[in-house]
Design a protein around this ligand. Structure first.
Ligand SMILES: Nc1ncnc2c1ncn2[C@@H]1O[C@H](COP(=O)(O)OP(=O)(O)OP(=O)(O)O)[C@@H](O)[C@H]1O
Length: 268
């Protein structure tokens, strides 16, 4: 199904374009004079998990955040190039960002539940998007919590504060909150880095289940995590993507030395 790009043989492109969930073309991100992303073109496949890896400061979070325009909120940030979702350029000035984020949702590094009940954490965004029917809200809250593998643990305490949950449970609540809006694409910025190993394993399991319904792009520093859960891996270095391929290949037969050095922990 894959073919090599003619421009950069270290970057895969999808032959069957109908399987592309999201793509960027020549994406640049600047913070003032600092060019943090230097013309990244990538395609992300539907219903797969793609990991973005690379050394600290190479632009992974900046790139991820640009995919649903989170960089809009940073005054000195400027983004050029295309971000195509269903043929529409998410980066265009006439995009309704609030609506777009319903389709391209995000979960952050630190669990950030609202200081509200478990139920209201999920219902809040739905209500903001105009959903009022109580039965429908109940149903979506339940389904989202089930998909995030949290329902059994919280179903009798839905009206208790979300802040009383453990870190791992809070992060799964944040995942439930993001998927309640039924996005197509879920962006996750190191979602397990603040969690203990057991909670991390639970979040990873949740992501593996979610990929049946969502296309997932995740930034991770954890090489084992990337190799355990992702189908594809992109190696970022100094604002560029040096290599993008099936995760197995990136970890066992990388095409370039820098990738090999990074994934094997020999980075100077
Ligand atoms: N809000 C910001 N304002 C100005 N510069 C920023 C901002 N966020 C990131 N940068 C700069 O952009 C570059 C890329 O940073 P970014 O956080 O995207 O890298 P990263 O690969 O995600 O790093 P890490 O793995 O440490 O999280 C760095 O030079 C960083 O200093």
């Amino acid at each position: 199904m894959k073919s090599q790009s003619t421009q950069n043989t270290n970057i895969i492109t999808l032959k069957d374009k109908s399987t592309v969930a999201l793509e960027t073309n020549d994406l640049h991100v600047y913070y003032g004079d600092n060019e943090a992303i230097k013309g990244v073109s990538l395609e992300f496949e539907k219903n797969k998990i793609t990991s973005l890896i690379g050394p600290s400061g190479c632009g992974k979070s900046t790139y991820l955040r640009s995919l649903n325009r989170m960089n809009d909120e940073i005054e000195i940030a400027k983004v050029t190039g295309e971000i195509l979702y269903k043929g529409v350029d998410v980066n265009a000035s006439n995009i309704d960002v609030f609506e777009m984020r319903k389709n391209i949702g995000m979960v952050f590094q630190r669990p950030n539940p609202f200081s509200k009940s478990i139920y209201d954490n999920i219902a809040f965004a739905l209500k903001r998007h105009g959903l009022k029917d109580k039965n429908e809200l109940d149903e979506i809250v339940e389904t989202s919590l089930k998909q995030a593998a949290l329902w059994d643990q919280v179903k009798d305490n839905l009206h208790k504060s979300a802040l009383a949950l453990s870190g791992g449970q809070q992060q799964r609540l944040c995942i439930a909150r993001a998927i309640a809006l039924k996005p197509d694409i879920l962006l996750l910025d190191e979602p397990a880095s603040a969690l203990d190993p057991i909670s991390t394993a639970q979040v990873e399991e949740t992501l593996l289940e979610l990929k049946e319904n969502y296309s997932i792009i995740i930034v991770t520093h954890n090489m084992q995590q990337a190799s355990r859960i992702s189908d594809y891996t992109a190696f970022f270095y100094l604002g560029n993507v040096l290599e993008y391929d099936d995760t197995r290949k990136v970890f066992t037969r990388p095409k370039i030395q820098k990738t090999e050095d990074y994934v094997s922990g020999n980075f100077g």
